[in-house]
Ligand binder design. Structure first.
Ligand SMILES: [Ca+2]
Ligand SMILES: [Ca+2]
Ligand SMILES: [Ca+2]
Ligand SMILES: [Ca+2]
Length: 450
């Protein structure tokens, strides 16, 4: 059964494409709680030109603490918790105390150059406008973003980007009617810019394929033109499923179906061969879904790359697993390779690289760096980083962006959102360099001091 998973994400968790598993009964708590889209492009800080990491959580522990949303700015150590801007419900002038706050996505919706946060506040969807010092209250309710419709219609997914190429940031919303066997859904395209009341310049229907009921949407540029395209990420609990690339144009998103990917669990988009167009990478962990109705088989994990180009989704992807030359370790059943992907240029050669989390199973105990190059993603130069242990839960892939501005993407691991009964969230930042990452994180902190 589905639960509501605004997602994410992942900019923040930012823009990669993490398929959100639902209703699983395995030990992977990460798939039992809402997550954001972690591989989306970093949001640029309003104050020092470095990326910021939008965050949400609880001060003082979930269920007992105070929920907040905000941003962690980039800085010398990768992320600068001392300069964080976090806002509680009272800062946002929202009623209620314990209701969660969650950043669903971020972007400059009013075109003033400051990053704005789209927030699920449990009783509705809101925008928190950005300013020169970061996000500020009060939160402004968004009538077009229902997260608690009386009939169960809740926005499960947003895509933020300029999909009609006019220079203004747009928002595509996929709503789904939960808790019924009918899987009703509706989808809308809101043109930017948005005024300070959150009203879009125009709104129209977003035509999606008939089976979008169990899906989420992500924005990414599939063909290198001025229009951000959509990836419709189908959900199938934890089983690998294919996802649909939809081309955008002057008329907006979903003008044409480009094609389907092969079945996978995880997605990121980046230019891993340096030709200027965005490639699509699909991680297949090989860990079977043990719920009834699924027949996936246990196998070694792998990462498939679809190098962008005409008809690229029809071409055979380039596959990397742990038996590929240069990749540390050896492919084996249950290795969970590719169970979590992030993309960014770590070695600073101008070509995107990939961090693939590795098991065993759902453990994500190591992060494997795979370097991009003229031939795309190969095993060449692959290195692994041990994932630090934390009293606050298992760390997982969170973000990969150049937070200290030295030209090398930095890896953020965290416990955020991966523990249901968390007391606090822990973060570890590995600064990127010409040789990848050090074995130990450069910065470790928790959200208690934010
Ligand atoms: Ca703004
Ligand atoms: Ca636009
Ligand atoms: Ca690179
Ligand atoms: Ca860096």
């Amino acid at each position: 059964m589905k639960h509501r998973t605004p997602l994410l994400p992942p900019f923040l968790v930012v823009l990669m494409f993490t398929a959100v598993g639902c209703g699983n009964t395995t030990t992977d708590l990460s798939d039992a709680v809402p997550t954001r889209n972690e591989n989306e492009p970093p949001v640029i800080d309003d104050t020092n030109g470095l990326p910021v990491l939008p965050v949400h959580g609880y001060r003082g522990g979930e269920f007992t603490g105070e929920p907040y949303v905000g941003v962690l700015p980039g800085g010398e150590g990768g992320l600068d918790p001392d300069r964080s801007v976090v806002l509680t419900r009272s800062d946002l002038e929202l009623s209620g105390e314990q209701e969660h706050l969650m950043v669903m996505d971020a972007g400059d919706l009013d075109g003033d150059g400051h990053t704005d946060l789209i927030v699920d506040a449990q009783d509705g969807g809101y925008i928190v406008w950005g300013g020169p010092q970061g996000p500020v209250g009060p939160a402004v309710p968004l009538p077009w973003l229902s997260v608690d419709h009386p009939d169960g219609m809740g926005a499960i997914s947003l895509a933020v980007g300029d999909m009609n190429g006019d220079g203004d940031t747009d928002v595509a919303v996929l709503d789904s009617l939960m808790g019924t066997p009918t899987y009703e859904w509706e989808s809308t395209f809101h043109h930017g810019p948005f005024d300070r009341e959150g009203t879009p310049a125009a709104t129209e229907d977003l035509p999606l394929p008939d089976d979008a009921d169990d899906a989420t949407v992500r924005a990414f540029d599939a063909d290198g033109d001025a229009y951000e395209d959509l990836l419709l990420v189908r959900g199938a609990d934890e089983s690998p499923v294919s996802h649909v690339v939809l081309r955008s144009g002057p008329e907006g998103p979903a003008q044409e179906i480009v094609g389907d990917t092969a079945p996978g669990h995880e997605h990121v988009a980046g230019d891993v061969d340096g030709d200027g167009s965005t490639d699509l990478l699909v991680g297949v962990s090989g860990i079977p879904n043990n719920e009834p109705g699924h027949d996936d088989e246990l196998h070694p994990g792998y990462v498939d790359t679809y190098l962008a180009g005409e008809g690229y989704l029809d071409a055979e992807p380039v596959r990397v697993d742990r038996d590929t030359e240069g990749v540390p370790g050896a492919a084996e059943d249950g290795d969970g390779f590719g169970n979590g992907l992030l993309v960014g240029d770590v070695d600073g050669d101008g070509i995107d690289d990939v961090v693939a989390m590795t098991g065993p199973y759902f453990d994500r105990s190591t992060a494997t760096l795979l370097l991009g190059g003229a031939e795309g993603l190969t095993g060449e130069g692959g290195v692994t980083v041990p994932v630090p242990s934390s009293d606050l839960g298992n760390m997982h892939h969170h973000a990969l962006a150049d937070y200290n501005g030295d030209g090398h993407a930095d890896l953020v691991l965290s416990t955020a959102e991966r523990s249901i009964y968390r007391e606090a969230d822990a973060y570890a930042v590995f600064l990127g360099g010409p040789d990848g990452f050090a074995d130990e994180p450069d910065t470790v902190f928790t959200n208690e001091g934010l």
